[in-house]
Design a protein around this ligand. Structure first.
Ligand code: HEM
Length: 297
């Protein structure tokens, strides 16, 4: 996917340049104008669903401010996904939708129903969209708020991957995983708590990265040179570990390298950033920045 990500980022950076030229003194919401468009385009390509209507439907679902809006956006996306499945049945492609249509369970002798296909595609969108935007947004906030570390990265003394791992550790993009059910009794020795088989629980990824016994007394500081920066569980663990982890890392690394090369003086437009718009995110809901003059082509 590297070439596809580079293509998407190239086009979007050009769009940012036009915005910067049109109104050089106006702040730009980097989240909606750049970051949100990257996972939408990449997930669309993975599924074989290119086009503005797909991006629009995905963004609508995540940005919905009311239950009614959420329902209409989700219905719109579900409709698009049914159309996509129909199209891929007729014209198979090299994409996840085609692969899922042809996935056959030899134990049951069945393929996925239309509803299962639709829900699986929706789950991939839900899992890969907001999380990747959160990583991109928070990594940008972190480098802008830590000028010394920013200098290390922009001078090539440290890599963007260090910024990403430290952001994943300290600011887990998916802070909490909704409801799991214990399949057996679990006794946690340090706290003395026992979770009984069948009891529901939520896993708080955002708290894990701040564990002082794992990362030291300064666990809540952002430090790209921290030796434990990659020792986080922000992509989960075990049989359900995130299958999109390397894609997310690659998207973020390509996008941030290109963004800061093109706009090296990029700066936050406010010290008062908004909180996350949802409990499923850990990054500001908007990211107003001054892009500054673009460099190169
Ligand atoms: C920074 C970005 C991302 C973060 C932080 C993240 C985090 C996570 C976490 C914590 C889980 C739960 C793991 C568990 O239950 O133990 C998960 C599951 C999942 N993620 Fe990601 N994810 C990211 C990006 C992506 C992307 C880009 C995709 C695909 C396009 C994706 C697809 C999935 C899917 C399909 C699952 C469910 C796996 C299963 O239940 O077996 N994720 N992710």
């Amino acid at each position: 996917m590297t070439d596809a990500i580079k293509d998407v980022v190239f086009v979007l950076l050009h769009r940012l340049e036009i915005l910067a030229e049109k109104a050089p003194r106006e702040p730009v919401d980097l989240r909606s104008e750049f970051f949100a468009r990257i996972p939408a385009a990449i997930i669309g390509r993975l599924m074989g669903a290119c086009g503005e209507s797909f991006r629009h439907a995905v963004a609508g679902m995540f940005e919905a401010q009311s239950e009614q809006r959420l329902k209409s956006s989700t219905d719109e996306l579900r409709c698009l996904l049914v159309g996509l499945v129909e199209e891929k049945r007729k014209y198979p492609g090299d994409d996840i939708t085609t692969a899922l249509i042809h996935a056959y369970d030899s134990d049951t002798g069945t393929c996925l129903t239309l509803e299962e296909l639709q829900s699986t595609l929706l789950m991939i969108i839900a899992a890969g969209y907001e999380t990747t935007i959160g990583l991109l947004t928070q990594a940008t906030v972190n480098v802008c708020q830590h000028p010394e570390q920013r200098r290390l990265v922009l001078s090539g003394q440290r890599a963007w991957t260090d910024v990403l791992e430290e952001t994943l550790r300290r600011d887990a993009p998916l802070p909490v995983r909704i409801m799991r059910v214990a399949t057996r009794d679990i006794h946690d020795v340090p706290t003395g708590v026992t979770i009984r088989q069948g009891e529901p629980l939520c896993i708080h990824y955002a708290a894990m990265g701040l564990d002082r016994s794992a990362h030291g007394d300064n666990a809540s500081d952002f430090d790209i040179q921290r030796s434990t920066r990659s020792q986080h569980l922000s992509f989960g663990f075990g049989p359900h570990v995130c299958p999109g982890a390397s894609l997310a890392r690659r998207e973020a690394s390509i996008a941030l390298t290109a963004l800061f090369s093109r706009f090296p003086s990029l700066a936050l437009a406010t010290v008062d950033l908004p909180g996350p718009g949802t409990f499923l995110s850990n990054a500001p809901a908007q990211l107003p920045v001054f892009l500054g003059a673009p460099v190169g082509d």
